[in-house]
Design a protein around this ligand. Structure first.
Ligand code: GDD
Ligand code: MG
Length: 345
């Protein structure tokens, strides 16, 4: 069995965090988003195919440097082919039942249970479903009492909503669906393919836990905290402080907090609730951080207060600053009085 992950798009809503890195490589709880998905299928598939356009070189470099224990094949498109076109483009690599993930979702879905569901129903495919209050940004689905999908509508207008169950962006498909995707052009699987193959039997399975489409800074932060809470509740988080991290005894950690490897936190600082530090981050003395994610190697000098920010890699924050809610920086930024004046005006 294979897994195909769709990795397209420019992730403009996460700029400047995505100025130098594709969204798939942005960390969530110190692990790239794409690796969260690869981990979901470890032991279940023989290889992972990434259907990529933007960010191919960085992804290539990442996987050359970080072995995943299963082959990860990058399959590029010369131009964006849409969700259906990207799947069709990988046709010659697919020889059996396959799993598809939208590369921008973070989910607690149990993939082996999902595969079992698909095999039991033995339709042309199965879609994972998630319930939301406002489904207008998604594809909505209705199912009959036997879980067979009866209707599908992508991005419904408020007056068109017939279901609050959405397409959660994970499918288990039989290869014959590829015969229903036109080749050589841009195709949306949601708009052009799924509605047309309902007579070939597609099934939907709702699951519980968490699910995010982490496309905005607010949801990026929320994803961290909901997952951290979930991992703590389900005892999945065994260690919340990485190796070789040094925390002064006077530091107050207010859980939940996740700290990477090789960090230093100086005296009298307070971290948390809800703080995630990447690897080799340095926090000076007397800092107060909450609701904040900081990526690798960023240095925060003394007496900085920060609530509700996302800081990229290799930033420097000068002493005594109060960072405002909603601040988001790219990689290699220097944050000083001048910078804050410019961003607040
Ligand atoms: N390779 C490739 N090429 N990938 C693509 C392309 C493309 O041309 N276009 C989109 N993708 C990838 C995106 O990077 C993303 O990971 C996934 O396919 C879905 O595309 P989005 O553009 O993020 O779609 P959406 O979020 O508006 O809607 C989709 O996801 C929702 C769940 O998050 C649909 O599948 C909805 O039905 C669904 O509810
Ligand atoms: Mg999306």
């Amino acid at each position: 069995m294979q897994a195909l992950i769709l990795v397209g798009g420019f992730a403009t809503r996460l700029r400047p965090l995505t100025d130098n890195r594709p969204k798939a490589l942005l960390p969530i709880l110190n692990k790239p988003m794409i690796v969260h998905l690869i981990d979901k299928v470890q032991g279940l598939v023989d290889e992972v195919i990434l259907a990529v356009n933007y960010g191919k070189e960085q992804l290539e470099q990442y996987f050359n440097e970080h072995d995943q224990g299963i082959p990860v094949i990058l399959h590029p498109e010369t131009e964006p082919l849409g969700t259906g076109g990207a799947i069709k483009n990988a046709e010659k690599l697919i020889n059996d039942t396959f799993i598809v993930f939208n590369g921008d979702v973070i989910t607690s879905l149990d993939v082996s249970e999902f595969i079992r569901f698909h095999r039991n129903k033995s339709g042309m495919g199965a879609l994972a479903l998630w319930e939301v209050a406002d489904p207008t940004r998604f594809g909505i689905i209705s199912i009959d009492p036997n879980n067979r999908i009866t209707r599908f509508l992508e991005k419904p207008k408020p007056e068109e909503i017939f279901s609050h169950l959405i397409n959660a962006g994970t499918y288990c498909l039989e290869p014959d669906i590829l015969d229903h995707i036109p080749g050589g052009r841009k195709v949306s699987i949601e708009r052009e393919v799924f509605p047309k193959v309902l007579d070939r039997r597609l099934y939907g399975q709702e699951f519980k836990g968490y699910w995010f489409d982490a496309g905005t800074p607010e949801i990026y932060l929320e994803t961290h905290w909901k997952m951290l809470d979930y991992q703590l509740e389900s005892n999945e988080l065994t260690e919340n402080i990485g190796q070789n991290t040094m925390i002064e005894p006077t530091v107050k950690l207010v859980p939940p907090v996740l700290i990477g490897k090789g960090c230093v936190v100086d005296e009298n600082s307070t971290l948390g609730p809800y703080v995630c530090l990447g690897d080799n981050v340095r926090i000076g003395a007397g800092c107060k951080l909450s609701d904040t994610v900081i990526h690798d190697r960023t240095q925060i000098q003394d007496n900085v207060t920060c609530d509700g920010a996302i800081l990229g890699m290799d930033n420097t924050v000068t002493a005594g600053l109060v960072l405002q809610q909603g601040l988001i920086t790219g990689d290699g930024y220097t944050i000083d009085e001048e910078f804050l004046k410019l961003t607040s005006s």
